[in-house]
Design a protein around this ligand. Structure first.
Ligand code: NAI
Ligand code: 15L
Length: 268
């Protein structure tokens, strides 16, 4: 049967807020979870991913989890370890114990962030390209994908890991023209990931059907995802303001953009 009741973790965040407004149209009832209070949602569960009891209760009886909670940018390793690595483990363990059959995991393009972006005429980056995390953040998402594989192989808990590009209302950089996922396409993709049959552990890139797309959407389309949007209408204005991407600039030349060379915020 199609999943109906979904636990949405990270419900107070940017993507969580977008999905709170878009996913109910697909017929889902959302249970909300975040360490921060969720605006206008008095029933939301306010708890940390380290709170294993709260997680057990939160997942009890749901048909699936859309796991968006976590640190969404680079941060000191200790923080990433707690929220993204241990936090995601705690969620999977709660789901396994409560018999939740499927998790849709918000992975990230930063799992493969050091991969050179394809130049014009080169083929898109395949989903099985070697992982090259660009940050501790990307490394934590790589861990999440492996955790998902383990829980599928050992416990039959299914996951779709979505390596999201940039999901914001509009693209705001020239790089984002290549990696943008419109919120409406995000909801389409999460819906496909929640409802496709027999996904085992499937890894997909998450973006719209951008003219300048850098990666291959075959595995996403195989779930039934049909993107409707393209960043191209934003190209003229963004390129006029920011210039074309410079292949000599590492922050332009690799999938992860500025994540690949932002100044380290951790002490070496
Ligand atoms: P965000 O930072 O706006 O939201 C993340 C939410 O998770 C926040 O509301 C935060 O309070 C919550 N959270 C963080 N640590 C927590 C913990 N220990 N326990 C409970 N809740 C915790 O990020 P955004 O943009 O909404 O992203 C959502 C997810 O999608 C993140 O996992 C992010 O890594 C991933 N993602 C997002 C992309 C995007 O374009 N928005 C791109 C690639 C991945
Ligand atoms: C991510 O993983 C971040 O969570 C998001 O805030 C964006 O920076 C996005 O990647 C991106 O690569 O643009």
């Amino acid at each position: 049967p199609a999943p109906r009741t979904i636990l949405l973790t990270g419900a107070a965040g940017g993507l969580g807020t977008l999905m709170r407004s878009l996913l109910p149209e697909y017929g889902y009832t959302l249970r909300l979870f975040d360490v921060r209070p969720v605006e206008d949602a008095p029933d939301a569960i306010t708890a940390d991913l380290t709170d294993t009891e709260a997680l057990r209760e939160a997942v009890r009886g749901v048909d699936a989890v859309l796991h968006l909670a976590g640190i969404s940018l680079e941060a000191p390793f200790e923080k990433i370890l707690r929220s993204n690595i241990e936090g995601t483990y705690n969620l999977y363990e709660a789901a396994r114990r409560e018999g939740v059959p499927r998790i849709v995991f918000a992975s990230s393009n930063h799992v493969v962030g050091f991969t050179p972006a394809p130049r014009a005429g080169e083929p898109p980056i395949p989903i099985d390209t070697p992982r090259r995390p660009d940050t501790f953040y990307g490394l934590s998402k790589s861990f999440g994908e492996d955790l998902a594989q383990l829980y599928w192989d050992r416990h039959g808990l299914e996951t779709v890991s979505v390596r999201i590009g940039s999901c914001f209302p509009e693209p705001t950089s020239v790089r984002m023209l290549s990696v943008w996922m419109s919120p409406a396409d995000g909801a389409r993709l999460f819906h496909a990931a929640l409802t496709a049959e027999e996904v085992g552990h499937t890894v997909v890139y998450g973006s719209s059907a951008n003219t300048r797309l850098w990666w291959d959407l075959t595995t996403a389309r195989a779930l039934g995802y049909e993107p409707q949007d393209d960043s191209e209408p934003y190209a003229g204005k963004l390129i006029a303001e920011q210039g074309e991407l410079d292949p000599e600039n590492p922050a332009h030349a690799r999938l992860g953009g500025h994540f690949v060379n932002d100044p380290p915020i951790w002490p070496y």
